[in-house]
Design a protein around this ligand. Sequence first.
Ligand code: SF4
Length: 324
Amino acid sequence: MKHSNISIFIPHLGCPYNCIFCDQYKITGSDCAVTPSDVYSLLDSCKKDKKLLNGKTQIAFFGGSFTAIDKNLMIDYLKAASGFVSDCTFDSIRISTRPDCINEEILDTLRRYNVKTIELGIQSFDDQVLTASGRGYSSETAIDSCNLISQSGFELGIQMMCGLPCDTQQKDLETAQTIIDLSCRQVRIYPVIVIKGTKLCQMYENGLYTPLDLDQAVDTCAKLYTLFCQNDVTILKIGLHSSSDGVAGPFHPAFGELVRSKVFYESVIKETSKYKHYNIRVAPSFISVAIGNSKINLRKFKDNGYDIDIISDPNIDREKYIIE
Ligand code: SF4
């Protein structure tokens, strides 16, 4: 059964400072943090939604540094949510935080209140990228934090970014390999979008930062996607939500689909030969990915000498295909 989240946004709560690329008010579309009593009311109202009562739903605190907020307030949030887990209405709690805001005492508190999954906004395991992005911790701290979370019995998720200052595709692939080596099973991949009002936006306007263009971001994310899939890491998300405050960078409303289309194209040309006809069967819901945005894959197959027809077949699982 499909995993679902009830997302509760606490924009910038607990964050020791604003990271150069981040404006959670704009990213989450939420202009203030909810109170613990708002959390209780929201979750109580979610009990009426049968789709959420599937035994897999997590209560997810996103948008800030959950474990760095005032301890009493953090516990009040957890108390507001954990009763809905104790009575088996929802599965568990998921929180997101920074790697330098994790220690054994914090993990003990999270465990007491039914937290199962901890997502760390690591962004990169490259020290030069971390320093240039003003993250305030080293890759060693990030690795220690991941290990502590996993060894303490929590599920670990990692958020990574590509296109930060001083970043390269090679560094992104190395970050992905470290994520795999740390036995992390869930990842979110965010290509950097320059958001109005951030320090990164000033750097961009002063010619000190150049974001990835769309093709570069899709190419890097397709390579990351393939590497994570080969190593059984679940990709929870690729690309940010729509943001009207993005002033530059590889924003596309269907970014994840562009990435999956490129992955599909590249796997097909590895498994077929030029100048020979093939039918490729895919799930109906996968057709748009297979043919690509504005039919780009069909054009590229033809232009590069591949004679391929894509056929819709309801008996094929999404993301799978059969070549005949
Ligand atoms: S990137 Fe994370 S730690 Fe930095 S300001 Fe945004 S939410 Fe806070």
